[in-house]
Every structure is written in structure tokens, then in C-alpha cells.
Write a protein that binds this ligand. Sequence first.
Ligand SMILES: [Zn+2]
Length: 168
Amino acid sequence: MIAAIAFGLALLEAQSAAPRRVAITIDDGPVVNEMSDLGRFQRITNGLIGSFQVEKVPVTMFLNERQLNVQGQRDARAAVVEQWLNAGFELGNHTYSHPSPNKVSVSQFLDDVVKGEVVTRALLEQRGKQLVWLESCTAGTSRPTRTGRLQGHGHALRVDPAVALRYD
Ligand SMILES: [Zn+2]
């Protein structure tokens, strides 16, 4: 019995020695479909940030900057993005308006990529960081083809084996 337990513990130790990493990402951030109620937008953000901080979960949030472009609320919504950075989390570009790269032209998709990084890139660079990640949750199975097309248009992106596209 003791030998079996010792063997089991040794097995667990061997398994836990193997490096394992998990990336937690949130798409459609900061708060999908909340385009009018600033208070609700802020409360949801505070709840998410607080929960991830308590659990010490490293998170990358992918933004659709369209959510920041609400007349009379732009500065307050950008401040919500700063909260994510101040909490120590990473940010990525999820395009401006979430178009499917399979349903719009390459130039339309690239325009949306560039439009989607205006606030995010500036906030990251203010902190000496770079915008690294671009993710499109509608990429589907055509990702390699789409990426090749994007590279052909001067945007150096490559497919990350896990989830996202990376700016190079
Ligand atoms: Zn999405």
C-alpha cells in the first residue's frame, strides 16, 4: 500500500515537472453588446478584473474598439481599457467591428484591423509595451490561406499554433 502511494506520488511529481502553460483569453471585449449604458459597461469590467485578480489568472483580453466609440463616453470607455492594463493583464486586437475575414475583402479586413488598434496600441506604447496579438474568432478553417493573403498585403502576421495571429 505504501509502495503504491509512493509510486503514485512519484508519478504525479514526474507529470507535474513537465512544463504546462494555459493561455486565458477573452474575446469581444471589453463588454460585448453594451453600447449605451456606461455604468453597466464599467461594472462588468470591474467584476471581471476583480475575479481574475483574486484567482491570480493571467488574461489577455481581445478588444473590439468599436465598443469604445460611443459619443459622450469615449474617454470613460478608454479608461476601462486602462483598468485592464493597470491590473497587469495583456491586451490584443480583435478588430474594430468584428468582421469575418471570410466574408469581406482583404483590404476591408485590414482596414478593420488597423482601425481596431488605435486606442489599444497607444495605451500599450505609453507603458513601453507593444501590441502583439491579433485574434479573429471567425477565422475558421481558412486561417492559413487568409494569413497568407494578409502577408501579401504588407501586414506581417503569422498564425500562432494555439489561438491567435501575432504581429511580427
Ligand atoms: Zn469574437
